[in-house]
Design a protein around this ligand. Structure first.
Ligand SMILES: O=c1ccn([C@@H]2O[C@H](COP(=O)(O)O)[C@@H](O)[C@H]2O)c(=O)[nH]1
Length: 231
């Protein structure tokens, strides 16, 4: 199974993004999220791919099944390597996203967000009125995603062992909420270090601020990658 570090390009515009990417001589795996995509439009995805980087397009689709299917068809034209939706949109919504891929003949990795890594069990119970445990809901969303034909899920590394145990090693886990020992947690709640993510069996770690806000981002990237891959 391929393992890698995905850098979250949470920048407000193309200029800042390109200044950051200039520090990287080789192609890396990057994540384009809502801030950059909404600010710059689809062209930014094409441009970054042309530069030789792999792209996880993190738009977290969540709408009625028909709308998600149509949106997915538009997204597929951008040829991202990985795309995602919210598992809480339900099984039919996820199946329609996969139907879009089939009809367009495209095979990106399609993954579903389970519970955001900024969410705690306390918040689920007090605000979202979900009375199951966090782990139970993550596993249930992951099971639905697998049944709908998706390749994997976004979750915290803390939930990777239970997902792999129930859904198999081949079901991909993409884990944000990564914080090296000296990094501030910020708004993230379910956090682990890159080394712990490796021990727990994450396939991909997603890292934003600990790299993008580092004094030397390229050095921070190399150190995190080394800690995660263990080589
Ligand atoms: O559950 C989730 C889903 C997505 N994210 C995204 O990952 C990065 C994390 O950035 P950091 O700066 O390392 O916190 C960010 O783009 C989120 O939108 C997530 O954190 N948790």
């Amino acid at each position: 199974m391929m393992k890698d570090v995905i850098v979250a390009l949470d920048f407000k515009n193309r200029k800042e993004t390109m200044a950051f990417l200039e520090g990287f001589k080789e192609g890396i795996y990057v994540k384009i999220g809502m801030e950059l995509f909404y600010g710059e439009g689809p062209e930014i995805v094409r441009e970054i791919r042309k530069m030789g980087h792999k792209v996880f397009l993190d738009l977290k689709l969540h709408d009625i099944p028909n709308t998600v299917k149509s949106a997915m068809k538009s997204i597929l034209r951008l040829e991202a390597d990985m795309v995602n939706l919210h598992a809480s949109g339900g099984s039919v919504m996820m199946e329609e996203a996969m139907n879009a891929c089939r009809e367009e003949g495209k095979k990106p990795l399609v993954i579903a967000v389970t519970q955001l890594t900024s969410t705690t069990e306390e918040l689920m119970q007090s605000e979202l009125l979900i009375d199951r445990s966090l782990t139970e809901t993550v596993l249930s969303y992951a099971e639905n995603a697998k049944k709908a034909g998706l390749s994997g899920v976004v979750c915290s590394a803390l939930e990777v062992p239970v997902i792999k145990e129930h859904l198999g090693e081949g079901f991909i886990t993409v884990t944000p909420g990564i914080r090296p020992l000296d990094s501030a947690a910020g708004d993230q709640k379910r956090i682990v270090t890159p080394a712990r993510a490796r021990e727990l069996g994450s396939d991909y770690i997603v890292v934003g601020r600990p790299i993008t806000r580092a004094e030397d981002p390229e050095k921070a990237y190399r150190e995190i990658k080394k800690e995660f891959l263990g080589v």
